[in-house]
Structure formats: C-alpha cells, structure tokens
Design a protein around this ligand. Structure first.
Ligand code: CA
Ligand code: CA
Ligand code: CA
Length: 230
C-alpha cells in the first residue's frame, strides 16, 4: 500500500508516534521529488486511461473522468468533452486536449497500440497517440467500428495499418493521447511488442504496476540561514 498524506493524517490521529515511524521509513523510499511510471515488462504495459500522469485541457476541450457508460475496466474512463462536432485530424498536438502516461521501458522495439474505448456515433470514434511529445504518423487516427458497439479493443487506424511507434531506448518515456473526434471515451491502453492481430479478451490484462522513478531535477532547497552574529 502506498502511504500518502491522507494515511499519515489518519495515523497521526490514531497515535502520534506512528507518524514518526511512518515518516522515517517512507522518506528514503519515496523522496518528495520522485515521479511514478507504469512499468513495462515482457514487452507489455497496460494503463487504465483514467490514471494519467498529466491531463491537459486545450481549446475548451477536456478529457473528463466518467463512469456513466457501463462496461468499463478499472475506475472509469475519460471522455473528450464537450461533444460539439470537432474533429482535429491534423494539428492536434497544439489544438487537442491531451493525457500523458509515464512508462518505464525495459524492452525496446516496435510497440503496437491497442485502445479500449467506445463511442456513440461515427463522429465520436477516434483518437491519436504519440510518444515523448511527437506525433508519429503510424500512431494517429486510431479508429474502428468496434467502438460503436460498447467498450472494445482495437489497434486499427484510418490509414489501413496498425497503430504503433518505436521505443528506441530503455528508461522513462511519456505516452500521449490527443483528442481527434470529441465525444470519444477511452477506457484502457495496452502497448505490446506482440504482432498478434487478436484483440485482448474482455477488459484485457490487469493494469501494470507503478514504480518510483528518479526525477533528474532535484527539489529547490532554500539556502541555510546564517546564525545571527552575537
Ligand atoms: Ca469517425
Ligand atoms: Ca463528436
Ligand atoms: Ca478504465
């Protein structure tokens, strides 16, 4: 279990000495400037869409957490709202709302991008993916009619080739998803080096664990104050 401020507060109420014990044991494991990332293993990493590391509204559109459409995996899903007929087929990195997922990769190579989502109409059923802020043409226009019949998986795109990108170095990379058509509901994401054309069954594999990764930027620490001279 991850011990956060809430748990510390609870423990403080329960017994003041527990706070000291928890604090001493926690700090060396998770310094204040640590970031977290989903951990790729065996050529696969799985993220619940509703667990992004960043959620950036853009052009008055936001990836919005919802639970109203049944059949989702995990805690819910994200919907690009408001749904007013917008389709950002190009220029989406600066026009479209974006969600980001930190992933620590051990395995390099080509990753196929499977998206589990759903859409009410063909004006709501597509999304773009990217890597480290880039928008590879192989990862845009993820789009399928399977989205129109409930939450389903696809790696299909409008370009007649499967959605994919190349992870060329191990370590932490940032995965992006940008709105294409508003109204799309994204539930879960699977990145895999497997070339299989068979979608995951049901809700797919469980979400990958999140691990602490070092941020290269240390925290800003105020300079120590000199003791007043006597
Ligand atoms: Ca469409
Ligand atoms: Ca729409
Ligand atoms: Ca989900």
């Amino acid at each position: 279990m991850r011990i956060d401020d809430h748990h510390l507060r609870v423990m403080k109420i329960a017994h003041p000495s527990l706070l000291i014990i928890a604090g001493l044991s926690l700090w060396p494991l998770q310094p204040a400037w640590a970031a977290q990332a989903f951990q790729e293993s065996g050529g696969q990493v799985v993220m619940e869409a509703e667990h992004p590391d960043a959620n950036i509204p853009r052009s008055s559109k936001t990836w919005t957490f919802e639970t109203t459409t049944a059949g989702f995996s995990g805690d819910g899903y994200l919907t690009a709202l408001p749904n007013t007929g917008t389709n950002n087929d190009t220029g989406y990195t600066t026009k479209s709302p974006e969600v980001q997922y930190n992933v620590v990769f051990a395995t390099t190579g080509t990753y196929y991008i499977w998206v589990r989502g759903t859409a009410a109409t063909t004006s709501d059923d597509s999304i773009h993916a990217g890597l480290d802020g880039t928008a590879p043409s192989t990862a845009d226009r993820i789009n399928s009619s399977v989205f129109l019949t409930g939450f389903n998986w696809t790696r299909d795109t409008s370009d007649a080739s499967p959605a994919r990108f190349t992870v060329s170095t191990p370590g932490v990379h940032v995965i992006q998803f940008w709105m294409r058509e508003d109204g799309f509901k994204v539930d879960k994401i699977l990145l895999t080096t497997s070339t299989t054309t068979t979608p995951p069954a049901g809700v797919g594999p469980p979400e990958s664990p999140r691990v602490n990764v070092s941020d290269t930027t240390p925290p800003t620490v105020p300079a120590p104050r000199k003791s007043p001279s006597r």
